[in-house]
Design a protein around this ligand. Structure first.
Ligand SMILES: [Zn+2]
Length: 182
């Protein structure tokens, strides 16, 4: 198995999947054969992680969304999201506070203790089912401020296809920040 070896003053081996592929960090003193054997032992896991990483990488010829494109998505989100939140809030049976549209790198949505909701404008590029699954997730936090079994039971009651679309977002979500050129 191919990998990039980075030696240093460390005590143990660490494996990392990056854009360069597998990166192995190993102690200065450790023989190459020992490192190779370690990597070989972890082959299944590494291949799984490489595949997962590849599915999250934008395809060649894709570039990040421009500020202008993001602004347009935010504008669209402000039109679309409040109505859908109102609709699902009735189904969940909860109230909520302010709705904000943001462009956070790491979150698709959030719900504060006060019931204020944040949604990522990039969601506008996903299938509407994905947007709805995020909205239902955040609204269900009005009942359960955690990710307990009871929380997910409520999410699935309101949105039976939740798992399917949540998985979609985990797999393809990163691509939503990129757009194909030409
Ligand atoms: Zn949550």
């Amino acid at each position: 198995m191919d990998y990039k070896l980075v030696r240093g003053r460390r005590r143990s081996i660490s494996l990392q999947i990056t854009e360069e592929g597998l990166v192995v960090k190993a102690p200065n003193w450790m023989p190459k054969a020992v490192i190779d054997a370690f990597v070989e032992q972890k082959r299944d896991w590494i291949e799984q992680q490489l595949e997962k990483f590849a599915s999250q990488m934008p395809e060649p010829g894709m570039v990040p969304l421009s500020d202008e494109q993001i602004k347009a998505l935010a504008k669209q989100a402000k039109k679309v999201i409040p109505d859908r939140v109102a609709y699902y809030a009735r189904l969940v049976g909860v109230t909520y506070g302010r709705i904000s549209i943001r462009n956070q790198k790491t979150r698709w949505g959030s719900c504060s203790a006060q019931g204020n909701l944040n949604f990522n404008c990039i969601l506008m590029r996903a299938p509407v089912e994905v947007l709805d699954s995020v909205i239902v997730h955040e609204l269900c936090h009005r009942k359960h401020m955690n990710h307990s079994a009871a929380f997910y039971a409520e999410v699935r009651r309101v949105y039976p296809e939740y798992d399917k679309w949540h998985k979609w977002l985990k797999t393809y979500g990163k691509n939503l920040r990129y757009i194909k050129t030409n």
